[in-house]
Design a protein around this ligand. Sequence first.
Ligand code: GRF
Length: 202
Amino acid sequence: MNRRLAVLISGRGSNLQAIVDAIADRRLDAEIAVVISNRAEAAGLDRAREAGLETLYISHRAFTSRDDFDRALVDSLVARGVGLVCLAGFMRLVGRHMLEAFPEAILNIHPSLLPAFPGVGAQRQALEYGVKVTGVTVHLVTPELDGGPIVLQRGVPVHGDDTVDSLSARILVEEHRAYPDAIKLVLDGGWRLEGRRFRNGR
Ligand code: GRF
């Protein structure tokens, strides 16, 4: 698979940093072709610049429809020869143009064991529900929010005295390990989808 990545962000960019670090440490054989943010103030853009990466700010507000925003994303990604798109705290739904241009080639990371607790505030949802184990999911993106085939999951225990902040921090440590591992799995190939099951021979 084409190992040129795009990382799409909206904020802090700690998962972007984890991917940058994994590539630098040679744990992940890939290259980040571009980092795109839909928010100009995203701290992740500074991280990307510090790493010497090309950055683009594409505001969804500059477009009258989601379709047009989506087309602008596709144009930018295709122009850079991107093979795999990694959503990392990107707070926009990707639309049909993106899904058609990058079939089975868009990943997202979510801070729960999906299908539990999709959408925003997954850590708070887990805490309030009272689960004893939550975690991290990296999945292929489909039109359904947080609903695509699961590439990799890691569990994280919930402690009795956890707050949303303490639980989020413990999950984040696992996110930073899981995302580079999942990207490697996808790039290394030899996998297939059976229905919604991601099968890689194990
Ligand atoms: C992470 O918790 C990720 O799972 C979720 O959004 C957050 C992004 O954090 N989708 P960061 O911007 O990577 O630090």
